[in-house]
Design a binder for this molecule. Structure first.
Ligand SMILES: [Zn+2]
Length: 696
């Protein structure tokens, strides 16, 4: 395969996608589609790249496909080629979108369907109602060759820059169809297990097989496209990585995308954590952050306000990401032109920031939260039959909670994964937030990180399982932590009581009134010489006890114990802290203050500020342009138009600074630099500000 040099995405920051999930039972549907009007809308919105539909989730194709079904409303007309030509005439890059879901194939070839553990296919809901979405199984040979032939035909038919492959993956379905069962039997000599058990190597082997099948399916598509045109960039829908084990995502799958792209529908804090994680998992930057012009995809006409749209765009730009707004076509094929003119005006408002973006700038952060895909499950499901279980395990809520806690405490933080294992020393602190499973590579990397001077914080049951699904007798990192696994408290409401040395981290709590947790804690034994900063205090009984309890309403602390709850060990040149519960999951301010204070013990922060709690500070170092980007972004849920006055930011910058400018106004900003620290003052800020700190 020739070397690829198609880097269109490097300089593209303002893109559009128009959803076209339109069926063809009504002869009016798509009858008024106009390639010229489509292209003119893109010109009005001033986009630099347009993602156009070649096939939707119903299996309707918009070109005369040699395999599959063409949308009848088009009467054989190749609107894709016409639209591509019209867009190219306007100097706009074109990416062709294709959806792997295919209702037409699902209806036409019932043997291709995915089948759930209870025998249902994907148009039948558990409650007896029906769904519009038909999913075929990636292990079915008939469906596989169908997809491969369509991708081949697609890649031959169009002169475009890349492909965007949507709805690839499992999306919540654990498939027990004949093809999957035959394949698993041939590979292992076993049937697919029917009961979830994360401590059973047979279950975990199936989960790993499922991940491999997904990756191989993506590889098949990649090969089909690149056999025809090796210069096509590929972006596979990546949102499955946020839905836990059921999504089946691996880093190997993610690496098949030239750049990571996904559509997200949440609040600014959610965008902030997702951009960070994708920036670290992607093979190339910028990542593509996509969101709808309406409040979510179920709306067709309820458009976000300009302030809300701008906030999504700027949240992406604050992370040096590209932005794509998603619209949906009217069933007859028309487009709301007024909205595109509005997007053109918003582009004018944000273009000044687009010029400051450098996708290759490196984020500067102190604390990295390490997440792996193998730990994205709930051990409480052990023993639950798959036919009555959900495979959905959202990691976003916990990520948002962590992000919010970090922002409120003005900590520069990041979400990292496997690609950062060789580069952990960029972070002053690495946190392993209850990551049950650690691979050999991860264990080696964390051990080396601490021995070379890093600070590791490990919580809960991290490292108690291996990749093969074996439950270990002790933590994989027990030597680094200096603690050993002994069991778990039976009580499901527990307390953390500070020792004299740990008291400083507990603002409101002490040994008599310890800090409450919403779950059990891990009982550990410490090696000699380990510092104990807090111990476990237990209530009179578990919350399920209905006779012998301390109080009918709460479960007050009763029994102090000698069991350590927070420990600190010196290992090599570094330190390792163990916390006997996933404290980072707790949502209340006193709990979060304690967590932030405990990690704060391990390093000196590169940034300090009096910025209000709704304002996140994000720092990138752009070595190409010899500058830092300091962005302050409003990440509150619903409030836009918030103003902050007299903000001071002190930032550690070793280079000699020559000037600081406000990107929006071009004006110079006051600063003082002394001993590697720069003090910056901002008089007034509304929602968002990006400063460029130029150095020699
Ligand atoms: Zn299957």
């Amino acid at each position: 395969m020739p070397e690829k040099d198609n880097l269109w995405y490097k300089t593209s920051t303002w893109r559009n996608l128009i959803d076209m999930h339109i069926p063809d039972w009504n002869p009016e549907f798509l009858s008024e589609f106009s390639p010229e009007e489509y292209a003119q809308s893109m010109v009005d919105a001033k986009v630099d790249a347009s993602i156009i539909y070649a096939g939707n989730c119903l299996g309707m194709c918009f070109w005369p496909t040699k395999v599959g079904h063409m949308h009848k409303g088009l009467k054989g007309r190749d609107i894709n080629s016409e639209t591509i030509n019209a867009l190219h005439k306007q100097g706009i890059k074109v990416i062709v979108y294709f959806n792997i879901w295919n209702r037409w194939a699902y209806d036409t070839y019932p043997s291709w369907r995915m089948i759930k553990a209870d025998g249902r296919s994907t148009t039948e809901n558990a409650d007896g109602s029906f769904s519009r979405f038909g999913q075929c199984c990636m292990n079915n040979e008939g469906y596989r060759s169908f997809v491969s032939e369509q991708i081949t035909d697609l890649s031959k038919s169009f002169d475009c820059d890349g492909l965007w492959i949507d709805m690839i993956g499992y999306f919540g379905t654990v498939c027990y169809c004949g093809s999957c069962r035959d394949k698993y039997l041939a590979e292992t000599g076993r049937e697919i297990p029917k009961v979830i058990n994360w401590d059973d190597p047979k279950w975990v082997d199936f989960v790993r097989s499922r991940e491999r099948w997904f990756d191989e399916f993506a590889q098949m598509i990649q090969d089909a496209a690149h056999n025809i045109n090796p210069n096509l960039t590929l972006a596979f829908q990546t949102t499955s990585l946020l839905s836990g084990w059921g999504g089946g995502v691996t880093q190997s799958f993610l690496n098949r995308s030239d750049y990571l792209a996904g559509d997200f529908y949440g609040q600014p804090m959610q965008y902030s954590v997702i951009c960070k994680y994708l920036n670290n998992l992607t093979r190339n930057r910028p990542i593509e952050f996509m969101t709808s012009r309406c409040y979510n995809l179920e709306f067709h006409t309820t458009t976000k306000t300009d302030e809300e749209l701008r906030s999504s765009v700027l949240g992406a730009y604050a992370h040096n990401a590209a932005f794509t707004f998603i619209d949906a076509i009217d069933p007859i094929g028309t487009i709301d032109r007024d909205f595109y003119r509005r997007m053109g005006r918003i582009k004018d408002q944000v273009s000044i920031y687009q010029r400051a973006i450098n996708p290759d700038a490196e984020m500067i952060s102190d604390v990295g939260f390490y997440l792996n895909f193998a730990s994205a499950y709930n051990p409480a499901q052990n023993g639950v039959p798959m036919r009555s279980a959900s495979s959905y395990f959202s990691i976003v809520r916990d990520m948002q909670n962590i992000g919010g806690m970090m922002v409120r405490n003005n900590i520069l933080y990041d979400f990292i994964g496997e690609p950062q294992l060789d580069n952990l020393n960029r972070y002053s602190v690495i946190v392993l937030p209850n990551q049950y499973v650690l691979s050999d590579d991860e264990i080696r990397a964390f051990r080396r990180y601490v021995s070379e001077g890093g600070n590791l914080v490990v919580t809960g049951e991290s490292g108690m399982n291996n990749m093969e699904g074996n439950r270990l007798v002790d933590f994989a990192l027990s030597d680094v932590l200096g603690v050993h696994y002994k069991g778990k408290t039976e009580e499901n409401r527990t307390y953390i009581a500070p020792t004299v040395e740990g008291q400083v981290h507990f603002k409101e709590n002490d040994a008599k009134y310890p800090l409450a947790l919403t779950g059990p804690q891990i009982i550990v034994k410490t090696d000699p010489g380990i510092k104990t900063l807090a111990t476990i205090t237990l209530p009179y009984s578990s919350s399920g006890e209905i006779y012998k309890f301390g109080s009918a309403i709460s479960n007050p602390p009763a029994y102090p114990s000698e069991h350590p709850s927070v420990t600190l060990n010196s290992y090599g040149k570094g330190q390792a802290m163990y916390i006997a519960a996933p404290l980072e999951k707790e949502i209340l301010r006193p709990q979060q203050q304690t967590f932030a204070s405990l990690i704060g013990r391990l390093y000196s922060p590169r940034l300090s500020t009096n910025a209000p709690r709704w304002l996140e500070s994000i720092v990138f170092r752009d070595s190409d342009n010899k500058r830092y980007q300091l962005t302050l972004n409003n990440i509150s849920d619903n409030e836009r138009g918030l103003i902050a006055y007299n903000i001071n930011v002190t930032l550690e910058i070793p280079e000699q600074i020559v000037s600081i400018t406000d990107v929006a106004t071009g004006q110079a900003i006051k600063y003082e630099q002394e001993k590697g620290k720069v003090d910056i003052s901002i008089e007034e800020l509304k929602d968002f500000s990006m400063l460029l700190i130029n150095f020699k």
